[in-house]
Ligand binder design. Structure first.
Ligand SMILES: Nc1ncnc2c1ncn2[C@@H]1O[C@H](COP(=O)(O)OP(=O)(O)OP(=O)(O)O)[C@@H](O)[C@H]1O
Length: 496
């Protein structure tokens, strides 16, 4: 690249509007010259011997030009030749006038340099001069307080060895504004108060002390007390997976949990049943509430009883009427709205498998699970989801075959992202009617303590009321509550 001729004639004058003195300009060789018949401020860039190798010209209309070998890979930083290598501290600013401002505020005694082309082009100039910069104990980065400056200052800090870079902050946009405002002392204080740079995401124990010291609480209870006891309840931000063979009762168990959350916890729930119409789901939730099988035509119930039960659900449950729309992105948006727009924090999704792109099953499931777990964390809600199972070798799940994690379709990603995984087993073909109705609820994975993994809870089914129940429920003693009238740990914790 051809080098443009340097501007050689000119005079050193103070920059009055900028409150930069003649002495400061002289120190850095900053002068007023002329190019194309126009007055220009000239900022010289020199090599270590002091020889000018390039210049930055600043025109009255704030346009810039360069001369000499400004694009050279080894271009030194503005002002660099003035300071001996090694020392306690060097300050880097975004531009030459800021560099003059900081230097002047410090009596032109201490090392200050400027990037040649602003914050956005921080990388090459710093890298090119890293050897020299590294000789200082600390490098204070004092970029502009605007978006570009603050975005790049952290990236620039990452170029230095750990502990060397510090980031200074100002109450005004840049160092020259501070100087013009007569706030020199604050400008100097900002250098002393510069904070050591730490990459995003690293925290010390002190940073999280408040969180650690929060009382350890039980999570929200399940509809089965023993399950609450085993798992310490449900915690916001987590996703829980349920798997079982066809017709075992996954949806029914969800419906019972929903009814429990509405009536016992007095919480709102979001229901995303992709294969059941909202009217049917609503009827079944109301049925659980009234302990009546409202969906059975010749059941022991009246229209009035159903109406009363449905009335109790008002304002407590929101359905997603999916109309066969089963794309995860669409579902995720509905969940987002339920949480942020409607204040719902308990989501029931039946079922995951319906959203999977069958042509690309594994990748699609991995993506959905990752995003679902992220969504729950981001929104602070709990997502309960059902997954279908692949056909096992040996005894079918529909005949009581044991459910294992690997039977879940997409087991790897489900296992990776779920805090709990549960399996339901029931021999629907058993000759003994009681056995045919008994479900083994199996805890397949417990990330919270690990202790519940492998535990099972036998559930009976009352065909009259349509309710699942624990065959050997936990007692208050199992929770460690001595007194009979001790309140359970979650009492009074609902959102209402
Ligand atoms: N333990 C049980 N004993 C007898 N019937 C049950 C039991 N649990 C649920 N049911 C009934 O079995 C039927 C099927 O249950 P549900 O729809 O919940 O099963 P599912 O596992 O979700 O089925 P699918 O695989 O078709 O989604 C429902 O009518 C439900 O009321």
């Amino acid at each position: 690249m051809s080098k443009k001729p340097l501007v050689t004639d000119g005079e050193v004058i103070p920059l009055r509007k900028r409150k930069i003195t003649e002495e400061t300009c002289k120190k850095f060789g900053y002068f007023l010259g002329e190019q194309f018949g126009k007055k220009v401020q000239v900022a010289p860039y020199r090599d270590q011997s002091g020889k000018v190798t390039a210049q930055k010209l600043r025109f009255p209309d704030k346009k810039f030009r360069t001369t000499g070998d400004f694009d050279a890979e080894n271009l030194q930083l503005f002002g660099q030749h003035l300071w001996p290598s090694s020392g306690k501290r060097v300050v880097i600013t975004e531009g030459e006038i800021d560099c003059l401002s900081v230097s002047q505020a410090q009596g032109n005694k201490w090392p200050v340099v400027s990037l040649p082309s602003g914050a956005q082009s921080y990388s090459d100039p710093i890298r090119a001069n890293l050897e020299w910069l590294s000789t200082f104990e600390e490098v204070v980065l004092l970029f502009d307080m605007d978006e570009a400056g603050q975005e790049n200052v952290k990236k620039a800090a990452e170029l230095f060895k750990p502990g060397q870079a510090k980031i200074a902050k100002l109450p005004l946009k840049d160092p020259n504004e501070m100087l013009v405002a007569g706030r020199d002392k604050e400008l100097i204080a900002a250098l002393w108060n510069a904070e050591e740079f730490r990459p995003d995401g690293l925290v010390e124990i002190d940073d999280i002390l408040d969180q650690i010291e929060k009382p350890v609480e039980w999570g929200l209870p399940w509809c089965f007390p023993t399950l609450t006891q085993y798992t310490y309840g449900r915690r916001y931000g987590e996703v829980y997976g349920f798997g079982a063979g066809t017709g075992i009762g996954k949806t029914d168990l969800f419906t019972q949990q929903i009814e429990h959350d509405i009536t016992q916890l007095k919480m709102k729930v979001g229901v995303v049943y992709l294969e059941q119409m909202p009217a049917e789901t609503g009827t079944r939730i109301a049925g659980k509430l009234a302990r009546k099988q409202f969906h059975i035509p010749d059941g022991d119930w009246t229209v009035e009883e159903r109406r009363e039960a449905v009335a109790k659900l008002k304002g407590k449950v929101t359905f997603y009427d999916s109309f066969g729309q089963t794309e995860w992105d669409v579902v995720a948006n509905k969940i987002r709205y339920m949480v942020t727009g409607l204040g719902i924090r308990l989501i029931f999704l039946d079922h995951l498998t319906a959203m999977v792109d069958t042509a690309n099953e594994k990748e699609s499931l991995e993506q959905i699970m990752k995003e679902m777990a992220g969504l729950a964390k981001e929104l602070g809600c709990i997502i309960h989801f059902i997954s279908h199972l692949s056909t096992p070798e040996g005894k079918p799940h529909e005949e009581g075959g044991r459910v294992m994690i690997r039977h879940f379709k997409g087991s790897r990603s489900i296992g990776f992202w779920s805090y709990y995984m549960f399996g339901l087993e029931r021999d629907q073909q058993a000759e003994d009617p009681e056995e045919a109705q008994t479900t083994t609820f199996r805890i397949l994975k417990d990330r919270y303590t690990g202790q519940a993994t492998g535990k099972t809870i036998p559930l009976g089914y009352d065909a009259e009321t349509g309710m699942l129940f624990e065959k050997s429920p936990a007692t208050a003693d199992d929770y460690g509550f001595g007194q009979e009238d001790d309140a359970p740990p979650w009492e009074g914790k609902s959102d209402f």
